[in-house]
Write a protein that binds this ligand. Structure first.
Ligand SMILES: Nc1ncnc2c1ncn2[C@@H]1O[C@H](COP(=O)(O)OP(=O)(O)O)[C@@H](O)[C@H]1O
Ligand SMILES: [Mg+2]
Length: 255
């Protein structure tokens, strides 16, 4: 059987903080157009794992490849330039900049004035931002507002627009709906579906099983830094996933 090359291949990634192994020999594959839920109790290592992939931390050992090419990022911006877009739980967009500046952050277009001075082309950024936001049916009250004045859902939407605009290879979302009201949660989940329809795989970290069952094709469960199980969403239940998350007496038998 031939299968498309995985978008992301993670092999034996490990990250320690002092004596604590936050991510322990994790391997996983993400395929084009797939939405994968990453589940695990608090402290299981989910955020640390995605920070290894998105250039926040360097792994102590192990490696990962994007579209077959081994990657090593010195910063989140470098990961973004290579097509990995991440919405972090605890690191947001640039609060003081507006939506267009966030969409173009680190990749600002320039134009020459009087054939001499290179200058950031803000008008172009505004036009392009307006177009991509409109394509995704994202309504921002005023494109000149700094991000901090937008709602949680609008911020997530701007980050998603950035991924679409730059043709990201992979979108990673760490608890994107945690702080949102119900209508905004729906919007973000709809945008996750839009991304996967466009072939962009999504890794979705969420505490909310309903969200995961609503959008994920597959789930990966972490416990104490390890990948303890993967299931197709159609072949599992909330009960089974919770058992994997918390472990238990029958742990040895289930692994
Ligand atoms: N920067 C850090 N320094 C030290 N310990 C950390 C750091 N980040 C996370 N940890 C620890 O690593 C473990 C995994 O954390 P984390 O990846 O945030 O888990 P999750 O996102 O699944 O809740 C936890 O025990 C946490 O306390
Ligand atoms: Mg976390």
């Amino acid at each position: 059987m031939t299968q498309a090359q995985p978008t992301l291949q993670v092999e034996n990634l490990t990250k320690r903080f002092g004596g604590l192994t936050a991510v322990d020999q994790v391997s996983l594959h993400i395929h084009p157009g797939e939405v994968v839920g990453l589940l695990g109790d608090n402290g299981a290592g989910k955020s640390t794992l995605i920070k290894l992939i998105s250039g926040v931390y360097r792994p102590d050992s192990g490696q990962f490849a994007l579209n077959g090419r081994e990657m090593s990022f010195g910063s989140p911006l470098e990961a973004r330039r290579n097509g990995i877009e991440t919405i972090y739980q605890d690191l947001a967009l640039c609060e003081n900049l507006d939506a267009s500046a966030n969409i173009f952050l680190g990749r600002e277009p320039t134009k020459r004035r009087l054939g001499l001075f290179e200058q950031i082309d803000r008008a172009y950024m505004q036009r392009e931002a307006a177009t991509v936001l409109q394509q995704l049916d994202i309504r921002i009250p005023n494109l000149h507002y700094p991000i901090r004045q937008l709602s949680g859902g609008q911020r997530q939407a701007v980050a998603i627009a950035r991924a679409v605009y730059w043709n990201a290879h992979l979108m990673i979302m760490d608890e994107p709906t945690a702080a949102l009201g119900v209508p905004e949660q729906r919007k973000v989940l709809a945008l996750v579906r839009t991304l996967c329809e466009r072939g962009v795989p999504v890794i979705l970290i969420s505490h909310n099983m309903q969200d995961v069952f609503a959008v994920a094709d597959r789930v990966i469960v972490m416990r104490r830094g390890r990948n303890v199980g993967e299931r197709a969403i159609l072949n599992t239940t909330t009960d089974e996933l919770v058992r994997l998350m918390v472990g238990g007496d029958d742990e040895a038998g289930r692994r």
